[in-house]
Design a protein around this ligand. Structure first.
Ligand SMILES: [Mg+2]
Length: 288
């Protein structure tokens, strides 16, 4: 079973950068996404007990690395989850883009409509679009931007007058299924056809973001590090060991940390996690 969950303003508190969204400066808005606080952990944990999450975000695919690392390091990601993002160059309205992406993902993976238990988004328009497309959907948000005034401060909305709002910061909140939302018709999504050019352009964006993070020809430098560590070559019993599999990514993360000027704290966390897993593996084998 699956749940579909939006990221920005559902689990990622984007209040500090929302002014950019209001000004429709999307690159500036997305670029700061890694600084968001994570919220609604309890709710996500409950969803994970019932199935996997298809994270469906309006962020473009060139922010995939940042988004994946953020979800993993904030403890929101679970094995089996998927991350669907807006394709670079896709300027369709968010509701149309999300329905199209979701339908394509379900059909490509042989997942039936009914296996999607509920879709959550902070935008009422998108919730309406999910319902119109035949999914159960609820509104879930951290900041209620419906009541936002132009200087970026929040104007509280009286929840008691708005029957469709479900504020999921409440740890005891339980998903309840379809809402009583007023459905606003939206145009039918366009067919799921992407050109090879779009796919290649998106891959190029991902490639550029990885090069920027890990360095040009990182694999050559990694190879030189391995040769320096094992001048006689890596013994086969080491290169095929679980310890080596856990050790290897530490080298890559070290490069990333250095390239960031020793500021990328997520790399430091990654290294600590791999080191802890390595220690566990070593201790387990001590008793072999
Ligand atoms: Mg959102």
């Amino acid at each position: 079973m699956y749940y579909v969950v939006d990221i920005d303003n559902c689990v990622s508190n984007d209040h500090h950068r929302n002014e950019y969204a209001r000004l429709r400066k999307w690159d500036e808005y997305h670029d700061l996404c890694h600084l968001d606080n994570a919220e609604n952990h309890g709710f996500i944990t409950k969803l994970h007990k019932g199935g996997s999450i298809i994270w469906l975000t309006g962020r473009t695919a060139n922010y995939r690395t940042k988004t994946e690392e953020w979800l993993i390091h904030r403890g929101l990601w679970q094995d089996g989850d998927e991350l669907l993002m807006r394709r670079v160059g896709d300027h369709a309205p968010a509701a149309e883009m999300k329905i199209r992406q979701l339908k394509k993902h379900l059909s490509m993976n042989g997942v039936a409509h009914e296996q999607v238990l509920c879709c959550y988004d902070d935008s009422q328009k998108i919730v309406d679009a999910y319902i119109l497309a035949g999914f159960k959907a609820e509104r879930m948000f951290i900041n209620d931007y419906n009541g936002q005034v132009t200087d970026g401060t929040q104007q509280k909305v009286d929840d008691s007058t708005d029957s469709v709002i479900s504020h999921c910061s409440d740890p005891d909140y339980t998903p309840s299924g379809i809402t009583s939302a007023v459905v606003t018709p939206i145009p039918e999504p366009r067919p799921d056809i992407y050109s090879a050019r779009e796919t290649i352009a998106e891959a190029a964006q991902v490639f550029e973001s990885r090069v920027a993070a890990y360095g040009e020809k990182n694999y050559e430098r990694t190879s030189r590090v391995l040769k320096a560590l094992w001048p006689e070559g890596i013994p086969p019993h080491i290169s095929s060991s679980p310890e080596f599999v856990l050790f290897f990514p530490i080298i890559n993360k070290l490069f990333r940390f250095v390239i960031s000027g020793l500021t990328h704290t997520d790399s430091r966390t990654d290294i600590a996690v791999y080191a802890a897993m390595l220690e566990t593996e070593i201790k387990e084998h001590e008793h072999d």
